[in-house]
Design a protein around this ligand. Structure first.
Ligand SMILES: *[C@@H]1O[C@H](CO)[C@@H](O)[C@H](O)[C@H]1NC(C)=O
Ligand SMILES: *[C@@H]1O[C@H](CO)[C@@H](O)[C@H](O)[C@H]1NC(C)=O
Length: 483
């Protein structure tokens, strides 16, 4: 079977390459922080993986945007204007719209060919897909050290700390590790880090998919009941710690200084995370992993997320380290294709800067008794300075979408509508100074009418393809990236 996802085009790639001319006028956004100006250059490529694509284990490929990164060493500029590479992606916990399932966590490898399109004339939806051609390669399943499979089942229970592991989330029915993967960092040696929502923890896995070690955050982040018991379920909020389904969505690395960063999607419960109106003060944590078997927490900062006009917090679904103190955040609403509410109003890749923010690690705020906020949901405590947050790449820019046959209207619910959920970010150099490609990848929640989950067919009632949007951005002075 041909594993390449696109259908034969009506426009040749050569014609596309010739079309690459001067950049059209579009809503460019630039942000100046210190001496540096960060610039958003607009959408240059679009690709998709059909919602019904079946991977090698026999399951629907599903929501791969949850965690996305570039395989180190795979990125290459060809001499004809096309760029190629391999994405390493992980879905979260399988098709779980009805209930969570016994889905073994897994990693897929996806090859791609990117031919940027910067002309202002509009491509059809079909021709647009030639700008990013994607081809499934293979899958690696994740296990514990003893070969025990991980599971996606809700973590209604936990396992005692043993053999160097902290207390780990497990379902009530078995003592296997529950994983809901949301972030990934790939290392040059083939091993990788993933972050999850149940713990929320960070796990180090070998290239073969075997668990090596686990990083646990401070008690303030771990979900607990008032009595201090672990409460890892995603069904309801704990009394303190990460709110349900609001774990470590963001994971990134500063390779130069060997610091691994993870960020909660929204605030912990004690910091207001049980309500969308009060959940904006999330936390970013950094661990020194110079000694990979002994990660040391070296920093913790408060990041103020944007809110809607109605005061609802926009969660952060991914982060990317850029340079000393500066990060990207994929921040958005949940509306769009695949959601009941079709028209999206906020999907952005924003910037934030922690250089003047207070480092709260090792303070009373690592104890769940102490909220960062006065009265639990008021102003930030005196002496807690949050990060600076800047609006940057607007994914809903109508002209940009239209150039690739895409739209965000409130009445056209078809495959050309921008997806509701984007959760993956990838950066790769264009070769032109400080300019980079920024891939933003969607998680379709396994929504297909032709699905297979654990060998059984399912029909989610809608076909939501996995969309990939690629932008150019100017990011001066980047450090710590490995391509
Ligand atoms: C460039 O060459 C690669 C490899 O042969 C091919 O896949 C790609 O389509 C070519 N790009 C263009 C713009 O012709
Ligand atoms: C786990 O730890 C608790 C508290 O220390 C102890 O009571 C319990 O017996 C342990 N469970 C197992 C399976 O070892």
């Amino acid at each position: 079977m041909d594993s390449t996802f696109w259908r034969r085009p009506t426009l040749s790639l050569l014609a596309l390459a010739i079309c690459v001319t001067a950049a059209p006028s579009r809503r460019d956004n630039s942000v100046t922080i210190g001496d540096s100006t960060y610039q958003s250059g607009g959408l240059v490529a679009f690709g998709l993986i059909p919602s019904d694509f079946i991977e090698s284990t026999g399951d629907t490929l599903g929501g791969i945007g949850s965690a996305t990164t570039l395989k180190p060493g795979s990125w290459k500029a060809l001499d004809n204007g096309t760029f190629t590479g391999t994405l390493v992606v992980e879905p979260d916990r399988g098709y779980n719209v009805v209930e969570t399932i016994d889905y073994q966590a897994r990693q897929h490898y996806i090859d791609f060919w990117l031919t940027p399109y910067t002309d202002s004339s509009k491509l059809s939806f079909e021709d647009a897909q030639l700008t990013l051609v994607l081809s499934y390669s293979h899958t690696v399943l994740l296990n514990e050290r003893d070969g025990k499979k991980t599971t996606g089942l809700d973590s209604g229970s936990h396992r005692n700390a043993t053999g160097g592991d902290p207390v780990l989330p497990t379902p009530t029915s078995t003592d296997r590790l529950s994983l809901d993967v949301e972030g990934i960092v790939a290392n040059e040696d083939g091993s990788f880090w993933i972050s999850d929502e149940y713990g929320p923890y960070i796990y180090h896995f070998s290239a073969e998919g075997a668990l090596i070690s686990t990083i646990a955050p401070p008690d303030a982040i771990i979900p607990k009941s008032k009595s201090g018991d672990y409460d890892f379920t995603s069904v309801e909020d704990p009394d303190t710690g990460r709110a349900s389904n609001q774990g470590f969505e963001g994971l990134t690395i500063d390779n130069e200084n060997h610091v691994l960063y993870a960020m909660l999607q929204t605030a912990t419960v004690q910091d207001g995370g049980d309500q969308k109106e009060t959940s904006r003060y999330t936390r970013l944590l950094g661990w020194d992993i110079s000694d990979v078997s002994n990660a040391v927490l070296v920093g913790e900062w408060v990041v103020p997320l944007p809110q809607s006009k109605k005061g609802k917090t926009r969660g952060s679904n991914e982060i990317a380290f850029l340079r000393d103190g500066i990060f990207l955040s994929l921040t958005r609403d949940g509306n769009g294709r695949g959601d009941e509410d079709l028209q999206a109003s906020y999907k952005q890749v924003d910037l934030f800067d922690i250089s003047a923010a207070t480092d709260i690690h090792g303070t009373k705020y690592d104890d769940p008794e102490h909220s960062l906020r006065k009265g639990g949901d008021g102003d930030l405590d005196d002496g807690v300075e949050p990060a600076q947050y800047y609006s940057f790449v607007d994914m809903l820019d109508e002209d940009g979408l239209a150039r690739f046959g895409l739209q965000n209207s409130d009445d056209q619910d078809d495959k050309t509508h921008i997806n509701a959920k984007f959760e993956g970010l990838v950066l790769a150099p264009t070769g032109k100074g400080d300019q980079y490609f920024l891939f933003v990848v969607s998680d379709n929640d396994f929504q297909t009418t032709q699905g297979i989950s654990l060998g059984q067919p399912f029909d989610a009632g809608i076909d939501v393809d996995n969309q990939f949007l690629v932008y150019t951005v100017t990011l001066p002075g980047l450090t710590g990236q490995i391509v």
